[in-house]
Structures are given as structure tokens and as C-alpha cells.
Design a protein around this ligand. Sequence first.
Ligand code: SF4
Length: 454
Amino acid sequence: MKKKKLLLINPGGKDFRHNRFYEPIELGIVASLVTAPNWEVKIVDLRFEDTDLPEADIVALSSRIIDINTTYDIIRHYKTKGIKTVIGGTHATLCPDEAQKYADVVVIGEAEGVLMQILKDFENGTLKKIYKGCTDLKYTVNRNYYKHYYKTATLQLSRGCPLACDFCCVGKIHNRTHRYRDFKDVVSEIKKTKQKLLFFTDENMYGFSSKNRETVLSFFNEMITQKVNKHWIGMASINAGIDDEFLSLARKSGCIMLLIGFEAIEEDTLTSINKKLNAKLIHDYDRIIKNIHKHRIAVCGAFMLGLPTDNERVIKKRTEFIVKSKIDVYFVTMFTPFPGSKLFDDLQQENKIIYNNYPQDWDYYNQNMPVYTNDHINNMRDLFLECQNDIRQPKVLRKRFLMTLFETRSLSCALYSNYYNFNHFRAFDRVKSLRIINNLFERYQKWIYKKSKV
Ligand code: SF4
């Protein structure tokens, strides 16, 4: 029997070219769940493959706002060939009306929940325009679908977040739910990864309730018992930074860095964006960073500039805090109102969004450009670039590497922080000594990858 071909494409627009950090996890999950024997599945990751787009019976693409126009171009290409296209992922979930103008099928929600139905309907010639997907998170990614590009194995323990910050669209994507996978499944998946470093894409691994906390602690204990012996990076809300039991078990299970959204350092700003937990802990930021370090974990701090209540003075103060703080990896972005967030709706209603010729203008929603009119600032882009320049000064970066080593007493944390900054933010172009350390570290990682058995 000749098999039908399902092609899964990760579009990987120009900002993602050769970004080896993430495996295309959404596609990996979908591919692993295709059980019908008459279907053959292939993943193409256009971040690495300069290939002519291969033919298939049906093509499915994940979508993100940042490369949505590349995604639509690929769909147009397949349409001219008469090949059916399916679009899923965050952008299609948040903007299904727009996505429908391009793709034959739009999946709102979790594509893995409806993919087999889509394939069946395709075979019967009864494809619908829209499918709504929801799953019980029962899956194990089969990594044989991936090629060898990825330095980090990408996994998920949970999906969604119990909090509701006004700038965030996670709540809308996951219908305000926060769900965990069976942690034993996650551990057995980890044991099959080749990479030494794992990245958890959970929007908020820690969550808020005691039940969630118990699940996470059990997960860490299972990793420790099973001796998985990996390093990992995850994301958590700021309350994780005051939970010593969480931090201690996290480290023992291999955590070397936590990404925490600090966003701002003023109580009124945080209150204005409904970041209540942070507003409550605002006077403890330094103590929280110190506490995480005490457990030998590095801190990747996310901050935003250009929020609706920001002015020039506030931005300069925030930049000063970032430079002086003991955060190991900076993640400073321009505030961008993403569709699905409350702030996007508010700014749209107030007619303040400048770039609103969609889909073309989604290209500006890259967290580097101001896309709306701020009442208090008219040189936002200059202030943003000034901040980026200040935090990437060679002397600041050199000091940071030694500071991480000293504060965490962990060479792994210092090397990974350096590696993360270097590769992700290309921050060390001007600091030769750190580049040399990073190159040596990369060689070491390659050696580990080759040595490891699946
Ligand atoms: S804590 Fe993070 S994931 Fe949760 S709503 Fe706020 S920004 Fe979004």
C-alpha cells in the first residue's frame, strides 16, 4: 500500500535562522501521535533547511506571530500546487479569521487533539475549515522525527498559567487552564534525549496552587531517583524564588537556570499590568535573586520597556536596576501588545496601535519595535537601544560571568549563562575572552552529544 505523506513545517522566519536552541516541539508532538499505518510523516525545519519545499499529500504548519508572513508565503506556495494546507499554533489560535484566508484548515487550540480526525477527513474528502483541538496531554515525543540540529532538548511538563497578566496571551491560548502531564511520562521522555541540556517550554512551571507545587516536587524527586543526570532550564513565576524546598529539589534534579518575569521595578507599573504577585514582592527582588543563587541556580530576568505607563525617567531607572542587579542573563524586550492580551484590546479600542495593517504589520511585533503610541514617550526606540547598549557593555558582561560563578558557586551555571547570552542574544561579540570560553564549552557539548546513547 502506498503511504500518504504528511509534511510538518516549522517556518522559522529570518529572526530564527540557525537558532539551535529549540526543537520544534509542537511538530514533534503531532508527528508522534500519527498512528495510522497508511501515513508517513516528515518534519522540515526551515531554520536550517534551505530546501525546495517538498511535495506531500497534505502540509501542516505551526504558527507564531513573529514569522507569520513567512508561514503565509509557504501556504501560498502549496496552494499553487493544489496541496491542502493546515495551520495550527499560537497565531492561528488567536487570529483564526485571518488564518482562514490563507490555509484550507485552521486548528484552534491543541492540534494534536484533532490531527488524526483531520487526516481521516482528508482521506474521505470531508475536510472542514475549522477544528478545535483539546488534549489530555498524553504523549511522548518520538525524537527520531528530529534531525541533529538541536543543542537543547525541548520538553513540557505543563501548559498554561494560572495568573492573568494584562500583556500576556497565554491565558487566551489555553482557555485560562493550567494542566500538567503525567510527570513519569516526562521523566521517561527525558531519559531518551541525547542532549545534556533540557529546556522546558512551560509558561509557568511553578504555578500557584499547592496541588501544582506537589506535582512539580514529585517530578523533581522522580528525576533525582531515576538519576537522569541532565541540566535543565525552566520558566516560573516569581513566587518560586522564595520556595526553598522547590529550589533545592530543582537544583538536585539538574536545574541550572530559571527564567523569571520581573518585567518592571515599580509597584504602580506592575499593578497597572495586573502583575500582582510581582507587585507584592517588589521590595524583595534582590532577596529573591540572592535566594535562587543560594541554591546554585542562575537567574534569567525578563524585563519590558515601553509599557503604557512608562516614561523616560522610569525606563532609565529600570535600565540602571538591570545593570546593577545580580541577574545572570538579561532578557529585555520592547513591550509588544500581542493579540489575545487585554492590553492589545485596550490599545486597539483607544486607537493607539500604529502598526495595524495585518498581516504584513505583524512583522513589527518582534519585541524590538514600538508598535503603539505611548502617551509619555516619543523616542521609545532610542531609549530601548540605549538600554540594550548599556546592559551589553563589555565590562558589564565580563563582570557578569565572574559574578555568576561567584554567586552560584557553579561553573555549570556560569558557562550556561555565558552560552545562553552568547547564542541567544549575541551579546558577547565584543568580549573576546567570553567568546573563547563559549566556543570551548560548545565543543564540550558536541562531545557529550556524540558520546550519549539514545
Ligand atoms: S505569569 Fe507569565 S505566563 Fe502567566 S500570565 Fe503572567 S506573563 Fe503570562
